[in-house]
Write a protein of this length. Sequence first.
Length: 477
Amino acid sequence: MSDDLNDKQTPYPSDWLQVESVDLDAQGVAHRPDGKVVFIDGALPFEWITAHTHKRKNNWEQASLTAVHRESPQRVRPGCPHFGLHAGACGGCKMQHLHVGAQVAVKQRALEDNLWHLGKVKPEMLLRPIEGPAWGYRYRARLSVRHVVKKGTVLVGFHERKSRYVADMQVCPVLPPHVSRMLMPLRALIASMDARDTCPQIELACGDSVTALVLRHLEPLSADDLARLRTFAAAHGVQWWLQSKGPETVKLLDEGGAQLSYALPEFGITMPFKPTDFTQVNPQINRVLVSRALRLLDVQKTERVIDWFCGLGNFTLPLATQAREVLGIEGSETLVARSRENYASNQAQTHGGKALAATDFVARNLFEMTPEMLVADGAADKWLVDPPREGAFALAKALADLEQSRIGAEGAAPLPVGFDGWTPPKRIVYVSCNPATLARDAGLLVHLGGYRCTAAGMVNMFPHTAHVESMAVFERA
């Protein structure tokens, strides 16, 4: 085979495709001679491949890799035996065949493309990507459970690729090693239970020193099953929680024992949490994420800060070590109550005159924000925004609407009562788990809100997956 295959002049079989790039679904992207785009599962940039087309449209095709004739230098051996394109392969990861450094580059490009194509925003500076361990990082997971009568076995794990079936997993290298080693014992445990057919899910939540497992059960558990759970907990050092219906029904199997928590040592903060509370999947990355966000925000002791979508206080409590005053706003009353508890417990543990700043938490529907509500919350020098995948559209629009009213733009609403003395934040740090909604909100802030996007960068919170976490900084223009 010629070494000049990348040269377009080199003859090659007509059914070969040259892969040009890879998308966020880890599909190679190539073009037919007539210009039609082909998306190929399993193919990587710079490869010459053949593929089987299984879906055709006017402008594009979907195909699966059948052979690699020239391999990409970015291709690596997957670290998990259950990864692949074969029938029954686990669908939990999409990018294990791509070098982790190349995964980061793909996600950084996705962030930049979204900001430009959706928001018409180009950051003045690209932040260095935040990276961490590629394996054993996933401290949160929702594992499906299925008793397969025909096979005489119980499966515990993620779903198969593009399927509702549970993959036959013996190990999972993205889970912490002690949890990966627990998969087969968990299968044996459920198989031994009377309720083997009515336990559809086990949710994993690891703290710094406690591993909690939440067992979803559709019917009451027998005394024998409860005894089996206790025996398993003693053998494997886990804490069982039971969930009979919705999240509000989650309760400890046995009261007492250590509490689930994680630490943010740079700020002297410890965050207790319940296993169904939202916490970041990757604790190593979370520590770096919080540190960088606060460094970029550069809060001074004289400043008031608002933490929007504050959750348990992951950013709020570290902010309280630096600011004069902090307001945490969250949509869930339950999380607001938990934030207050976490603030009180950390305040009680402070020593040497390092008390946390005055901090309040309020519950509010942040998807229905208005300029009037924004003004009522009072002026803040800095904002930290950390929304779910839906983004912070109502918040960004309310801020943009206030700016349009302030400058007297055509068609703008009158300024709300109380606007006198209110000032927009000088700086906003926006932490995003969806580059598309970040781009949309960035477009509002930059084109209508009076801000510049001074920096943006990706955060590899979920190695080997298509999930893109990112961070952007906005300054008053």
